[in-house]
Design a protein around this ligand. Sequence first.
Ligand code: VGL
Ligand code: ZN
Length: 194
Amino acid sequence: MRIKIGSKDALVVVDMQRDFMPGGALPVPDGDKIVPRLNQYIELFFKKGHAIFFTRDWHPADHISFKDQGGMWPPHCVQNTEGAMFHKDLFIPHDNRFIISKGTSRDFDAYSGFQGTILDSLLKERGVKRLFVGGVATDYCVKNTALGGINLGYQVFLLSDGIKGVDVNPGDSQRAIEEMLQAGAVAVSIEDLS
Ligand code: VGL
Ligand code: ZN
């Protein structure tokens, strides 16, 4: 496949935060291994001057998704803590990039970067039609962001070499990938883009 990146394309890097990396509060196995590959995608979009969106989980300390509040996760990505920071080697350009915080209020969780955020309006404002989605976790926030994008009418490309999942149940990530493809996402890897 040969895909030429243009001004109607945007890169969406999902939740590459320290708490989702090995050693973090809610680690995605090998989550750190995709940083170099994601940096290649980021560089490609950055050099061409195309938009790059970094989503982040940005929870209050008493967030509803945390176990001590009745949710299913250990506390993670609490606003302004180290665990909520992006991986230190992730290339975050100064231009053409946007940080999208989600899950920011106590009583709502958001697995999709579109949920409760201005991501859709920022994309529409810029005339973006195609999204290239990578990051973590394949079976939660990547899946929901990709499906959210499809539902909003974007053509979604899944960066198959730039995603990692948690697999709470074995096979969750593989099933998530199949679900995204079923919904219309197209799997690509770095060699496909120029
Ligand atoms: C995520 C679990 C809880 C994710 C966020 O980014 O995939 N997973 N909060
Ligand atoms: Zn979360």
